[in-house]
Ligand binder design. Structure first.
Ligand code: MD3
Ligand code: FE
Length: 215
């Protein structure tokens, strides 16, 4: 992330949540239709599924992926896998609209040349949550993770480098994009149980895209 120079225009919907964590509020809004169409094409071939943790717990968030590899969890552990274990075939390709959005958002947040090779797609229905965790299954922690929120709003928890560090809560709404890099890259984070609601485009759900460079 670079410092500002004299003459730079500052978008006031861009907010640094923490060092390395830049919220681009509403950045994905202009693409909402194309993004939802792309998600629907992906889930026709790689449906949402509830993964099990290595500890044997069924996750309340349903997941799928697109890109060269996808994040999977089962009794043997977590990994990035080129094959969707449900269908036994490669994950759907990452649509250009996804890759372009992720790269533009990362650049705007100060992370040049972000080329993700995986996109994990999370679906929250009311009550679904994601417990506090770190994203550390990727090999390159120099690259940021870019997240895109669609549908119902969520309360996101952002902590520190230790699980016991205090957490701050942020509301993430439809169209919000966040780039998480630098000192934020290995911060603990999670999502509070999704509240009931009805979104005009997505109904009673929240969909979150996370773009990752895994190697
Ligand atoms: C901060 N997803 O998929 S997105 C995940 O809303 C995940 O579905 C949440 O955590 C969701 O792993 C949060 C925001 C996010 C994503 C990755 C991060 C925040 C992050 C990685 C490091 C630090
Ligand atoms: Fe995460």
């Amino acid at each position: 992330m670079r410092d500002l120079f004299d003459g730079d225009i500052v978008d006031q919907r861009d907010v640094q949540l923490a060092p390395g964590a830049m919220l681009l509020a509403g950045f994905a809004r202009p693409l909402e239709g194309a993004l939802i169409d792309a998600v629907n094409a992906i889930i026709a071939r790689a449906p949402f599924r509830h993964l099990f943790t290595p500890g044997g717990h069924r996750m309340s968030v349903a997941m799928t992926n697109c890109g060269r590899v996808g994040w999977v969890s089962d009794r043997t552990g977590y990994r990035y896998d080129p094959i969707d274990p449900v269908g036994g075939h490669p994950w759907p390709q990452m649509p250009a609209v996804f890759a372009d959005l992720a790269a533009r958002a990362a650049a705007k947040a100060g992370f040049a040349d972000f080329r993700p090779d995986a996109c994990l797609i999370n679906r929250y229905e009311p009550g679904a949550k994601l417990s506090l965790h770190q994203d550390k299954d990727e090999l390159d922690f120099n690259a940021p993770i870019v997240s895109v929120s669609l549908g119902l709003p969520a309360t996101f928890l952002f902590g520190g480098l230790n699980r016991s560090d205090k957490t701050v809560r942020y509301r993430l709404i439809h169209g919000d994009v966040v780039a998480w890099g630098g000192p934020a890259r290995l911060a603990y984070h999670g999502v509070m149980p999704l509240a009931e609601g009805e979104h005009p485009l997505l109904g009673s759900q929240r969909i979150n895209l996370t773009f990752r460079k895994t190697r």
